[in-house]
Ligand binder design. Structure first.
Ligand code: FAD
Length: 392
């Protein structure tokens, strides 16, 4: 009979809390270290697809996360001439895409982690990790664990100190995110994304009272990035969205997009999860969904290996990494078309997107992550993965 296994987790963002809930539910003792003074989630809204919802369900957090969220039936994309280019590209089936307030999602995962028995310590900064399962805090305290998880974001300290070779690639674009008060005339039950050159505005209803608006542009668009919000320049690009843009508050923060490419997801008894392992541009709304799925999948791999950490980590990466890498690539591709396309060729872009949206094969690939539910079995394969048609 095995004694109780113990995990130390760096970071109480969406990935760290999902990991804590997944391990706690399996009887592990879990401690999460958050460097912040309090737990908080930066950003406004978030889109959570079927795979993310299934992960939330399995962690016991779906009901709370979606209690006042908006189910979204369509994701509609319009070009600068207000033509509908696609509503099939990322076609949600009924009730499998939600617009959720970030704070609601974070709170639901926090509560799930607490219910699963996790201890969450704030003002606790991780300084380093070692492959033998040692986590060292900035205070100098050294903690031993059967499993250490780096869920400490794109600039992960855990990842760098265990020496996983990594390339963080600046995607040369980014976005501002805002919540605006909702009006009865605002869109219901769907996402509208509108493109004008390299600028994109997304409108996502996410509670009965709030609409989440994201505004993407390339890094060289200085006016677009301005976060004493340069309302006039955005209204000039999107005059028909004046009613929305006038409600954007001043201030806010422009987040740049980056891809993290790591050589491996683990070393010895240490794993990285979430943005620490696979940060990606948010164009497909998948980075957090995949982080939650991968946390669930690691729990499954520990189950089937009877908590043999090294075997489980190997099995986990072999099973879940292909779909994660593929999603990162498609997300980057979407950004390249949406943000970095030459202005003189916009008509060709509209034609290309219109064509892509009508290819069932491409749609299947672009949507692969959304319909991937990890279920690692004793052969080390995720059944969900086997169901999706994923190109090499
Ligand atoms: C504009 C934008 C829109 C997005 N939209 C979507 C979407 O619609 N759908 C979707 O699925 N994803 C979306 N994402 C992606 C998603 O937000 C991220 O993938 C997700 O939040 C990453 O969570 P994480 O826990 O891995 O990292 P983080 O959120 O970065 O959390 C890391 C945590 O670790 C803590 N930490 C860091 N270093 C240390 C340390 N040394 N010691 C202790 N604690 C530490 C930090 O304080 C933080 O709390 C979007 C991202 C952006 C930028």
């Amino acid at each position: 009979m095995q004694g109780q296994r113990h995990a130390e987790i760096a970071g109480a963002g969406l990935a760290g809390l999902a990991m804590a809930a997944a391990l706690g539910k399996r009887g592990w003792s879990v401690r999460v270290h958050e460097r912040g003074h309090e737990l908080r989630e930066i950003g406004a809204g978030i889109m959570v697809w079927a795979n993310g919802l299934a992960a939330l369900e399995s962690l016991g957090a779906r009901e709370e996360a979606t209690a006042r969220a908006e189910p979204l039936q369509f994701w509609e994309l319009f070009d600068e001439r207000e033509r509908l280019l696609q509503r099939d590209w990322m076609h949600p089936e009924s009730n499998d895409l939600f617009g959720i307030l970030r704070t609601d999602l974070h709170r639901a995962l926090h509560n799930a982690a607490l219910r699963a028995g996790a201890e969450i310590v704030t003002d606790s900064q991780v300084a380093s990790a070692a492959a033998d399962g040692t986590l060292t805090l900035r205070s100098g305290e050294r903690l031993k664990a059967d499993l250490v998880v780096g869920a400490d974001g794109v600039n992960s300290r855990v990842r760098s100190t265990i020496g996983i070779p990594t390339r963080v690639r600046d995607l040369l674009d980014g976005c501002g995110r805002h919540l605006i008060p909702r009006r009865p005339t605002d869109i219901k039950g769907s996402v509208h994304e509108v493109w004008d050159g390299g600028r994109r505005v997304g409108i996502v209803p996410c509670t009965p009272d709030e609409v989440y608006v994201y505004m993407c542009c390339p890094i060289q668009d200085i006016e677009g990035r301005e976060q004493t919000f340069a309302r006039d320049t955005w209204i000039k690009s999107f005059p028909h969205l004046g009613d929305i843009l006038e409600r954007i508050p001043d201030g806010g923060r422009w987040a740049s997009f980056a891809d993290t490419k790591v050589e491996t997801w683990s070393r010895g008894k240490v794993a990285v999860v979430g943005d620490a392992a696979h940060a990606m541009s948010p164009n497909l709304g998948q980075a957090a969904c995949m982080a939650m799925c991968n946390a669930v999948a690691l729990g499954q791999a520990l189950d089937v290996t009877d908590n043999d950490v090294r075997k489980a980590l190997e099995m986990w990466e072999r099973s879940e990494r292909p779909i994660t890498d593929l999603t990162q690539r498609y997300s980057r591709f979407y950004g390249a078309i949406g943000t970095h396309w030459p202005r003189r060729l916009l008509t060709a872009r509209s034609a290309l997107v219109w064509g892509i949206a009508r290819s069932p094969r491409l749609q299947r690939h672009i949507n692969a992550a959304a319909y991937h539910t990890p279920s690692i079995d004793s052969r080390g394969a995720s059944n969900g993965h086997a169901k999706t048609a994923v190109p090499a």
